[in-house]
Design a protein around this ligand. Sequence first.
Ligand SMILES: [Zn+2]
Length: 92
Amino acid sequence: MLRSLLYLLLFTLAVSVIKAVAGIIAKVFSESAGSSPGAGPSRPQPSAHAVGELRKDPVCGTFVSTATAIQQKAGGEVRYFCSTVCRDKFRA
Ligand SMILES: [Zn+2]
């Protein structure tokens, strides 16, 4: 009788300790999640090598980097395209 009572007491104690630990963990996680306002919906990280000016693709309107864009010289003027598809559309 006394032994079963002791077990019950230990069990209750263990449950309360687990609940407390779980509460602390939950609090830490919610605080760390709240303290980072920059972590919004997935934004593409700017790649380190994508340097150069941004120019507007005259076909689709996408801004492309002069370092990575497809270039097309036309009458002394250089145009920048996001893809060969846009370049071909522009020439057509
Ligand atoms: Zn384009």
